[in-house]
Design a protein around this ligand. Structure first.
Ligand SMILES: *Cc1c(COP(=O)(O)O)cnc(C)c1O
Length: 485
């Protein structure tokens, strides 16, 4: 097929007078007369005039210009881009769910409320927490909600001087951002060379101004933080609470529970660990869990099962108030529960170990060519610091762009900031051995290309619909409408 024929902008196919539809003759009189003069258009709207096949081919071809987890492997570290099973989509799109209205009386939506309640319970079991709210819309929104819970807890004890949140220097950027949005100050704690928290530095920074310490475990470079019990003791002795950033709960799924490690508050990204799609900014869900004694601070409304066996929503005065309009992104919740129930108790236990095995398999198969800055078994992800042989000037960006030519999405690059040439790989548990082997083979041949044809590599990609955009120009002077081109 001649793709180029359909690779223009839809406006470029426009021919005056051409139509892709035919409507019956208008038989209602004087429609225009009923619109106040000030609200009528004076010029015709500028729309492309095109026939139906052109529209269909244009958009169908556009849809194949994108990369997604349905078109190929997506080893994006810190993001858990696992495959999204189609049964989740089918259930969420079912009219009995998709057509619900948030203000329907509780007795007409008992099933929908039960679904929410069951997911709350499932996440409590998985996280080792006493109670969950599913209302926050994203991970960062969950962090903000969790920090507001922590603030409400300190305020309830009249302990109002606690205005500081401690975050490791390797933390995801949303951690300090959420703390700032919650009106708290950020204090950084140093990482050891292996990415784990420097306990001496933490001890120095803990005092009675600290409201919370936020941690990710396994941390951002995929290493398991072994000192959590000790950290929890230190944090609690200082009167602060310990927050778990569980955006990437994948490696722990079925293996260990943040609640058992001593964490007080946590969030989970359903749009990572629990297989609901993400990318491009939404929609997601960032449920927040709390240990016993903090339940009363979770946001309104909550879904409860009353003594008569009915589900209903409840608002209480001790709660935070609302963090979202109703009960969060409901269809995302449906997909997550579908995922949990299709795996079941038995198979959910395989997620963490398989994700860990896959990451270690790739790490060991490439470490003779790519620089591994931190030794030791990783969990769900790991970081290379670029190629070992940097003599040809091939950067992580070049490697990432070249991967696109081979049909793989790029890993996360230049994050975490702990290394100059970070290349962060997370295969997840959903990939077959054949896919992992093909990815390893391609990564190895790129390392070979770096030696033999570095100039070619610097100009990659060659096979993608858009080749090498000028990122800086695009950010500084974006052209967002046809008229600007
Ligand atoms: C993705 C991620 C977040 C933020 O989640 P969003 O849904 O993008 O707001 C926070 N922390 C970690 C470790 C993450 O990977």
């Amino acid at each position: 097929m001649n793709r180029e024929l359909y690779d223009k902008l839809i406006f470029e196919y426009s021919k005056p007078g051409r139509q892709g539809f035919s409507l019956p003759r208008r038989d209602c009189k004087d429609v225009l007369g009923s619109i106040p003069a000030g609200l009528r258009r004076s010029n015709a709207v500028n729309l492309p005039e095109v026939d139906e096949p052109t529209v269909v081919r244009h958009y169908t071809n556009q849809s194949t210009n994108n990369f997604g987890v349905d078109t190929g492997f997506y080893p994006l570290g810190s993001c858990t881009m696992k495959y999204n099973p189609k049964i989740n989509e089918a259930l969420a799109a079912d009219s009995t769910i998709a057509a619900l209205h948030p203000t329907q009386p509780a007795d007409t939506v008992q099933g929908a409320l039960e679904l929410y309640w069951r997911l709350q319970k499932a996440l409590c079991t998985i996280g080792g927490m006493a109670e969950f709210t599913l209302n926050p819309f994203a991970g960062a929104h969950g962090e903000l909600t969790g920090l507001m819970v922590i603030r409400a807890y300190h305020a309830s004890r009249d302990d109002r001087g606690r205005q500081v949140v401690i975050v490791p220097d390797s933390a995801h950027g949303t951690n300090p951002a959420s703390a700032a949005v919650a009106g708290l100050q950020v204090r950084q704690v140093k990482s050891m060379p292996d990415g784990t928290v420097d306990l001496n530095d933490l001890r120095d920074k803990l005092d009675d101004s600290v409201a919370a310490v936020m941690l990710t475990n396994p941390n951002t470079i995929g290493m398991f933080e072994r000192n959590i019990p000790q950290i929890a003791e230190m944090v609690h002795a200082a009167g602060a609470l310990l927050y778990y950033d569980g955006a990437n709960l994948n490696p722990l799924l079925g293996v260990a529970r943040p609640g058992d490690m001593g964490f007080d508050v946590m969030h989970i990204n359903l749009h990572k660990t629990f297989s609901t799609p993400h990318g491009g900014g939404g929609p997601g869900a960032g449920p927040v869990g709390v240990r016993e004694g903090l339940e009363q601070f979770l946001p309104n409304p909550r879904v409860v099962l009353d003594a008569e066996g009915n589900f209903r929503t409840e608002c209480t005065d001790s709660a935070l108030g609302r963090v979202s309009g109703w009960l969060g992104n409901y269809t995302v919740l449906v997909k997550a529960l579908a995922y949990i129930l299709t795996l079941g108790k038995e198979h959910i236990k395989m997620v963490g170990p398989l994700a860990t095995l896959n990451a270690n398999y790739i790490m060991h198969s490439l470490r003779d060519l790519y620089l591994l800055p931190v030794e030791g078994p990783c969990k769900h992800e790991f970081v290379f610091d670029g190629l070992i042989d940097k003599s040809q000037g091939i950067t992580t960006l070049n490697v990432a762009k070249r991967l696109l030519d081979y049909g793989f999405h790029a890993p996360t690059i230049y994050f975490p900031l702990l290394f100059h040439e970070s290349l962060m790989i997370e295969p997840t548990e959903t990939e077959s051995l054949e896919t992992l082997d093909r990815f390893i083979e391609v990564m190895r041949s790129i390392a070979l290309e770096a030696k033999e044809s570095p100039d070619m590599l610097k100009n990659a990609p060659f096979n993608t619909p858009v080749r090498h955009p000028d990122d800086t120009e695009a950010a500084l002077h974006p052209k967002v409408t046809y008229d600007e081109l």
